[in-house]
Every structure is written in structure tokens, then in C-alpha cells.
Write a protein that binds this ligand. Structure first.
Ligand code: PMP
Length: 343
């Protein structure tokens, strides 16, 4: 297995990171004339570049050390930073298991990194044999495992196979883990020094608009993310929104329970509809649904202002339906029942 030093792009190791005014002087002060800020206003000061309070709240909530936490402007920022830290453009490659979250490939292409795509099996699991064959490619630096996976909704079974055998950085994207009946890989951080766990606050925490992604990894990897990130990557507003949400775990639990309850309701209601061929089992806050006429169903719903995600290009005949509020879910089912009348 290659060491972390062997996996990092040499320019990331060699360069001198920017030091912002706020990271250079950390003491308290009433007069701050060090950051060319405006002395008046509500958001006139730069945010804490290290997001200390937010990290403290996450450390308490997740039972991890501060040194193992990175906050990104959404998980999407961390995905992009991972390419910039580890992959040499035009040389290194990333491994993804398809269908999966589209940003892995978009970020790869943007960074001029080739992608090796391994199709998941028909029950959306990793094909262990194809995976073992893919390991022959020594240019692979990053592997993305999305579990629960978007858009399929299921957890991947072979996470430890990849963690034990991949000679590079393994990024496990747990955006939907709070909706799953499985443990997070966070507890395994000590065991796997090349593991990065991504947990956005956009889903179960309801903060998609605030753009907060949390990443957990060894202190050495977290340091690298700090080296390359833009100095003030998470705004004061974002940090405050996240702190407020994290201080109210009762609301978090209540909403999560409601989403899980609605997922069960929606799944049962969809199964009764004639155009529904299959509702895939879900560990997330959405359902992947195979329809007889997916394109027509999509158009019918859209005409009524009901927007679902057409995933036909990734999973033939499938729509991805987010679990909404009870009234939104009832309207969706109502619109589909109405369509049955014209069938
Ligand atoms: N990972 C997965 C698997 C996702 O589905 C999404 C959002 N659709 C993200 C990451 C993006 O997270 P963020 O909003 O924190 O950028």
C-alpha cells in the first residue's frame, strides 16, 4: 500500500498555503485593523476560517476529535478538493461505481482526471470480481463509495473489501446515512488511515441552502484539506445556521422519524399503482422507482407542477422521488392515481 506521502500531489506538499488575517492572529481584540474589513455592518467581519465552534459542536455530536473534522462549502467542495489534493491532472484516475452521484465524475473531468466506471450489479451492489480486476490499474488514486447510494437508495455491502484492498484514498460518501439502518464508517477512522467519510448537513439536518459539508478523516488528511481550501470557505451565515440546527437534536430526530415514516407510506402507496414496476428498497430519503412509462409519468407530473428526478439515463425506466411532507407525498400519489384513469 502506498503511504499518504506517495498519494499526495507534490505541488500540494511543496507550496506555502495562504495565511489569512484571521488565522494569523487568534487572540481576542476590540480593534481589528488587520483584514481590510469595513468597521460598520452586520456581516462586515470575515468568518472564522477554521470554523472552530461548528467543529466543536460536530465533535460532541459525532464523538470525534477536532483534528479529524473538516468543514466544506457543502460536500461538493470536499469532493473537488480531494481531486486537487491527490490527483495529478492527465495522469491519475478515480474509481466510481455506477450509477452514482454525478459530482464525482463532474469534478474528475473538471480536474482533468480520468474516471474508471464499474457498473453495480443488478441489485446495485459492487461486483467484487470486476473490482478486483480494476485494481490492476496502478493510476487509480481515489475511490468513491456512496452508501447509501444516490440514486439507487441502498447501502453498499462491500465497503470493507474496498477499504482493505484499494491502494489509494477511499472516500465514503454518507450523505444519507442518517436515514439508513446501518452504522456510519466514522467509528472505523482509526482503522483505515486512507479513509475519508463525507457527511453533508444538506439532507437529514435540512441545511441544503446553508451549504455545510462535514468530512472526517485522519488528522494528516484533514491538514491537507486545510492547506488547499479557500481561506474563508464557509460563511458566517452558514456557520450560524449549522450551529443552530446542531443545537436542536430533538427537531432533527423528529423530522428524521417523519421522513422515515413517510418513506414507508410512499413506498406502500406507490407499490399499489399499476404503472409502478418496482420500488427499490431505500436507506435514504428518496425512492428509486421503475415505471412502465417513466418519461410519460415524468411529463404528467411536471405538467401539474410536481417535479421528480428523471433518472432514466442512469437507471433505465426509473424516476427518483424524494420523500416530501405528508401533503406533498399525498399529492404525488393523487396525481399518479389520476393518471391511471387515462391508462
Ligand atoms: N453526496 C451525495 C451522495 C449527494 O446526493 C449530494 C447531494 N445531492 C451531495 C453529496 C452534495 O452535498 P452538499 O449539498 O453538501 O454539497
Amino acid at each position: 500500500m502506498r503511504s499518504l506521502q506517495q498519494l499526495i500531489r507534490s505541488n500540494v506538499l511543496d507550496f506555502q498555503p495562504y495565511t489569512s488575517a484571521r488565522s494569523e492572529y487568534k487572540g481576542g481584540s476590540n480593534i481589528r485593523l488587520d483584514a481590510n474589513e469595513n468597521p460598520w455592518g452586520t456581516f462586515n467581519r470575515y468568518p472564522d476560517p477554521e470554523q472552530l465552534q461548528l467543529k466543536q459542536a460536530l465533535a460532541r455530536h459525532k464523538q470525534v476529535d477536532l483534528a479529524n473534522i473538516f468543514i466544506g462549502n457543502g460536500s461538493d467542495e470536499m469532493i473537488d478538493l480531494a481531486f486537487r489534493i491527490f490527483c495529478r491532472p492527465g495522469q491519475d484516475k478515480a474509481l466510481i461505481f455506477t450509477p452514482t452521484y454525478g459530482m464525482y465524475e463532474v469534478s474528475a473531468r473538471l480536474n482533468d482526471v480520468a474516471v474508471v466506471r464499474l457498473p453495480l450489479t443488478k441489485d446495485f451492489q459492487i461486483d467484487a470480481e470486476a473490482y478486483r480486476e480494476a485494481l490492476a490499474d496502478k493510476d487509480l488514486k481515489l475511490a468513491f463509495l456512496c452508501s447509501p447510494n444516490n440514486p439507487t437508495g441502498n447501502c453498499l455491502d462491500a465497503l470493507t473489501l474496498v477499504l482493505d484492498t484499494f491502494d489509494g484514498i477511499v472516500i465514503v460518501d454518507e450523505a444519507y446515512i442518517d436515514f439508513a439502518g446501518r452504522d456510519s464508517l466514522l467509528e472505523q477512522l482509526d482503522r483505515y488511515p486512507h479513509l475519508i467519510v463525507l457527511q453533508t448537513l444538506s439532507k437529514a439536518w435540512g441545511l441544503a441552502g446553508a451549504r455545510i459539508g462535514a468530512g472526517y478523516a485522519s488528522a494528516a488528511i484533514i491538514n491537507l484539506f486545510h492547506r488547499v481550501k479557500p481561506p474563508y470557505n464557509v460563511s458566517t451565515l452558514n456557520q450560524e445556521a449549522a450551529l443552530e440546527a446542531l443545537s436542536d437534536t430533538a427537531t432533527f430526530e423528529q423530522r428524521k422519524a417523519m421522513i422515515l415514516d413517510q418513506r414507508r407510506w410512499l413506498e406502500a402507496a406507490l407499490r399499489r399503482l399499476p404503472m409502478v414496476k418496482k420500488v427499490y428498497p431505500s436507506d435514504a430519503n428518496f425512492l428509486l422507482v421503475e415505471m412502465t412509462e417513466a418519461e410519460q409519468v415524468y411529463a404528467h407530473l411536471a405538467a401539474q407542477g410536481l417535479i421528480v428526478r428523471n433518472r432514466h439515463s442512469q437507471a433505465p425506466g426509473c424516476l427518483r422521488i424524494t420523500v416530501g411532507s405528508p401533503s406533498e407525498n399525498a399529492q404525488l400519489v393523487g396525481a399518479l392515481q389520476q393518471m391511471v384513469l387515462f391508462y
